[in-house]
Design a protein around this ligand. Structure first.
Ligand code: FES
Ligand SMILES: [Fe+2]
Length: 432
């Protein structure tokens, strides 16, 4: 059980709060690169700050104050030009550093005054990596955007999925170090929702947690398995400070503000060897709804949707003064302790964990990965489903089990990439 004060410290994300300052030491994914191909500006709310993301006509990304420095119009309704973003209200132009480049009427009325040199707006750096756009809201020097190992993999079908979840980010991140929930929230509940079909899921017999440079590893032994299985010897990763990494996918819990979170999923599906080489010129993205239009109830059919139901069910901001923690929560306790301690460190001017500044180290940042050889080397379609049966996650998926609402064209692209329409000869599948 935590005190009110500790609960606040763990959850508040505004500038100047302990956790807000800790989180501002890390790059946050806020959009897909392909999103700005479709529309050049995107309103973004990040850690309680209202911003606008854009890409101008020469390809420079900017992340600016949502409100124009003139009379505060909403710059997400502005338009991009050769260089910078032009406000739709009186035409002032801002560049990615927050500098004012043009003030059309001021320049006619009083060209000598160079008023534009005296006004600036808030601006943050943006970088593209792995099909995502990343923002850094912290103080200089700006660290590197991590090149997590899967970002370097080839021959995979990658897709990015966003969902807006109306609760605080930290209860979502606590789920990243909670192995036992999988058995109940996913395996048992899915069985119940489907009318108790199929065999009962194996119970957890043993769990373990370890801290490492980039977060924590959680391990499990399920009934029928042993300590020589990779679920125990390798484990899965609660990636510092706000991500779950399972081996094949990442789920970032990006704070929108104290009571809302943007779930950013990055999913890698290795294509079978017969389908190599496979490359994507554009990593597709989509937004997944979280409630049913007809009833307003949360959607429960997909794995991450089930997680969302648990998280929002804890309240917009979980009240940790009312809880009763047990053995299954050892990882959660460990993470809370480290978070509070790291926030304190930052408040005293220290450098927190997992900030990457060395380019050599960042060429490829290795993480614990169950079945690494499967993701890297691939497999032949003929034996794709044999040896991995015992390890959840290592199967050639035929559909997308994580989130509801995948657009049909992405489903089709995935099936083509995976060779799932195998009965159709390849030259017929992709004419020209
Ligand atoms: S409010 Fe933006 S130019 Fe006037
Ligand atoms: Fe889950």
């Amino acid at each position: 059980m935590l005190s009110d004060e500790q609960n606040r410290r763990l959850t508040q994300v505004g500038a100047g709060t302990p956790m807000g300052e800790l989180l501002r030491r890390y790059w946050m994914p806020i959009a897909a690169v392909a999103e700005l191909d479709d529309k050049a500006t995107k309103p973004v709310r990040l850690m309680g700050e209202d911003l606008v993301l854009y890409r101008d006509q020469v390809g420079t990304y900017g992340l600016l104050d949502r409100h124009c420095g003139h009379r505060r119009a909403d710059l997400s309704y502005g338009w991009v030009e050769g260089c910078g973003l032009r406000c739709h209200y009186h035409g002032w132009v801002w560049d990615h550093t927050g500098k004012c480049l043009q003030q059309p009427f001021e320049e006619i009325a009083n060209p000598e005054a160079r008023f534009k040199d005296r006004v600036r707006i808030k601006a943050y750096p943006v970088e593209a990596k792995a099909g995502l756009l990343w923002a850094y809201l912290g103080p200089p020097p700006v660290p590197l955007v991590p090149t997590w190992e899967p970002f370097t993999w080839r021959n995979g079908f990658v897709q990015i999925v966003f969902s807006e979840v109306p609760c605080n980010w930290f209860q979502c991140q606590e789920n990243s170090i909670d192995p036992v929930h999988f058995e109940w929230l996913h395996s048992h509940w899915t069985r119940v929702l489907q009318g108790n079909e199929g065999p009962k899921p194996p119970p957890h017999l043993k769990i373990g947690f370890d801290e490492f440079e980039y977060g924590f590893v959680y391990r499990r032994v399920l009934e029928g398995q042993s300590e020589s299985d990779e679920l125990w010897t390798v484990g899965r990763t609660c990636l510092w400070p706000n991500c779950l990494f399972t081996g094949g996918h990442f789920e970032w819990r990006v704070p929108i503000d104290d009571e809302n979170m943007l779930s950013v999923g990055w999913f890698f599906d290795r294509v079978p060897n017969e389908m190599e080489p496979f490359t994507q010129d554009r990593i597709p993205y989509w937004y997944s709804p979280i409630n049913e239009a007809r009833t307003g109830r949360w959607i429960t059919t997909h794995i991450m949707n089930q997680d969302f139901v648990a998280w929002v069910g804890q309240g917009a901001l979980a009240d940790r003064t009312q809880e009763h923690l047990g053995e299954s929560d050892r990882g959660v306790i460990m993470m809370r302790k480290r978070m509070l301690e790291q926030a304190e460190l930052v408040a005293h001017g220290g450098e927190p964990k997992a900030v990457i500044r060395d380019p050599a180290q960042n060429a490829c940042v290795r993480l614990p990965i169950i079945g690494r050889e499967y993701f890297v080397g691939g497999y032949s379609r003929a034996n794709s489903d044999k040896r991995r049966e015992r390890t959840p996650g290592l199967v050639r998926r035929k559909d997308f089990p994580f989130l509801t609402g995948q657009p049909e064209e992405i489903r089709q692209a995935f099936r083509r990439a995976m060779g799932l329409d195998a009965e159709v000869p390849r030259d017929v599948r992709s004419p020209g």
